[in-house]
Design a protein around this ligand. Structure first.
Ligand SMILES: *Cc1c(COP(=O)(O)O)cnc(C)c1O
Length: 400
């Protein structure tokens, strides 16, 4: 079910704030999305690739040892980390590449910061024989050399953007320029539940497979729905994928976890919903981290996948209506959870997902043993092991 109106507004958030030349490009994508999201053949093909290629359904795993150790509510982990490529992002790129194919596009472009969306895009493009161009700030290509090589292995061309601060923002601008010039044969693949209409709605639809599976799996395991859903929020795609199918189940509480980074002063975190104000960023309206003049503030998080100064419009709406609650977890708390889950359950989580685990661990202690929490384990931590090992070596952190 989609909550937005025909212009892509979730309450006052979302919509489309773009130059006129982009409007018709987005209309083409929107028309295709509206048509195919109800098309049985399209849905059958999507289901086939989810099962045979991504490896869905992935388990809803009862973390019994962690639960016992904390001594409160039961913690279940939705294992998106077990998907092909190791995270939830592939659910969305497979869906969008199937749409691009039906639009007759031969070329896919995307922007990426940490490289995770670039890798998921390059993977889908390899599978469907699409030419793939990934825009990345030059600074980010240096920080994420392994992901650049991964994308190249998968046949993508990585373009290092040398404008401005040479990070994600400039990569977005470069990708949009490309799209305006080449829209006739080119599809723009967006990686989170953000951007102008129809992207937030589309990402919701492709990621909702997470929550749909959780519902069935929980009913089978416990005979009831969970009391809490917990997911980390960067742009908000893994969280909306878990939350949206439970929207009308009012007894199920939803908690989105934002990165508090090094603390809640300006520039130290990326807690857009917690500390932002409504504004427009990258073509849509949402809670944005900005100063008094409306200039966008710098952001920080230990996990590269969470440091975005905006957030999905649907989460902005959930916050204002009180349907979901948004909390924060610091870098240190996320690291502690990263170590704890690794040791206790033998599962190394992505640093992004470790934010959700950290909050669930706090929450579980306050609950009774008959209450249940589902945590979205959005990705595996292999990509973060070198970074954490560096921090341990430099004695920035201690291995617990
Ligand atoms: C990209 C990423 C995120 C953050 O993106 P959302 O759109 O907020 O889900 C979270 N977890 C992992 C593993 C990621 O790769």
């Amino acid at each position: 079910m989609l909550l937005c109106d025909e212009k892509g507004f979730f309450g006052e958030f979302g919509g489309r704030f773009v130059p006129p030349e982009l409007d018709k490009v987005l209309d083409e994508v929107k028309d295709a999305f509206e048509k195919y999201r109800k098309d049985p053949e399209f849905l059958a093909e999507l289901k086939y690739y989810y099962q045979q290629y991504v490896g869905r359904p992935n388990p809803l795993y009862f973390a019994e040892k962690l639960t016992k150790k904390l001594g409160g509510g039961k913690i279940y982990l939705k294992r998106e980390d077990l998907n092909h490529t190791g995270a939830h992002k592939i659910n969305n790129t497979i869906g969008q590449v199937l749409l691009a194919k039906r639009l007759g596009k031969k070329r896919v472009i995307a922007e990426t910061g940490a490289g995770q969306h670039g890798v998921a895009t390059a993977t889908a493009c390899a599978l469907f024989d699409m030419e793939c161009i990934i825009y990345m700030g030059e600074e980010d290509t240096r920080r994420q050399q392994l992901n650049v090589f991964r994308m190249e292995l998968l046949g993508a061309k990585v373009v290092a953007v040398t404008e401005g601060l040479r990070t994600l923002k400039e990569a977005v601008d470069a990708a949009l320029d490309d799209l305006i010039q080449n829209y006739e044969n080119t599809y723009y693949m967006l990686g989170s539940a953000v951007g102008p209409d129809p992207y937030p709605a589309m990402v919701n639809v492709f990621q909702s497979v997470i929550g749909q599976e959780v519902k069935e799996q929980m009913l089978e395991a416990e005979g009831c729905l969970p009391d809490y859903l917990v997911a980390c929020v960067g742009g908000g795609s893994n969280a909306i994928g878990l939350f949206a199918p439970f929207y009308n189940d009012k007894e199920v509480k939803m908690i989105g976890v934002e990165p508090a980074g090094k603390g809640l002063s300006p520039g130290m975190h990326a807690a857009s919903l917690t500390l932002g104000k409504p504004g427009v960023i990258h073509g849509f309206k949402c809670y944005v981290l900005q100063d008094d003049k409306g200039d966008i503030l710098p952001v920080h998080s230990i996990s590269a996948g969470l440091d975005y100064p905006g957030v999905g419009p649907e989460h902005s709406y959930y916050k204002d209506t009180g349907r979901a609650e948004y909390v924060t977890i610091t870098d240190q708390e996320a690291l502690d959870a990263f170590f704890e889950l690794s040791k206790t359950e033998g599962i190394i989580p992505a640093l992004e997902s470790a934010h959700a685990v950290a909050y669930a661990m706090k929450l579980a202690k306050t609950l009774s043993p008959d209450q249940k929490i589902v945590v979205n384990l959005s990705g595996r931590g292999d990509k973060d092991v070198a970074q954490v090992s560096e921090m341990v070596k430099n004695k920035q952190i201690a291995l617990i």
